[in-house]
Design a protein around this ligand. Structure first.
Ligand SMILES: [Zn+2]
Length: 136
């Protein structure tokens, strides 16, 4: 399943250009859900900082099917497998706290749990709310 997921992400990745220097598809991502379904998405890179990561597009596809529980996730660019950015890590955790135990493929030979990429995450504490730096 790991190889199938990587191949799914690799197959949809491939940057193509829109108008100006804008592009899409530089990264493809695939998610295997706990229910056994695979969802995928590509990134979008526009001007003025607009756009979104491939993982976000894959998560939106997953949510479209009313699923939130991720088993495994991977993102692939032309340079190979990429670890998710901090925003995507946090988004996966906030979609479903069980995703802290999701497997994140971060290279050809390395897979970590999301909780390893988000140590001491606030959602892993019972009844926790996001921390407010003003409360410190
Ligand atoms: Zn991201």
């Amino acid at each position: 399943m790991r190889e199938q997921l990587i191949e799914t992400a690799r197959a949809i990745s491939g940057e193509f250009y829109l108008q100006k220097e804008f592009s899409a598809g530089g990264v493809g991502a695939a998610i295997l859900t706990a229910d056994g379904n695979i969802y995928s998405g590509i990134c979008l890179d526009l001007g003025c900082g607009l756009g979104f990561c491939a993982e976000v597009a894959a998560m939106a596809e997953m949510l479209k099917h009313r699923e939130t529980h991720i088993d495994t996730v991977v993102a692939v660019s032309g340079r190979g497998i990429l670890p998710p950015c901090g925003r995507c890590r946090e988004t996966m955790a906030q979609l479903d706290a069980r995703n802290l135990d999701a497997k994140v493929i971060i290279s050809e030979n390395r897979t970590l749990l999301l909780r390893d990429l988000l140590p001491d995450h606030w959602l892993s504490k019972p009844g926790a709310e996001p921390s407010d730096p003003d409360d410190a």
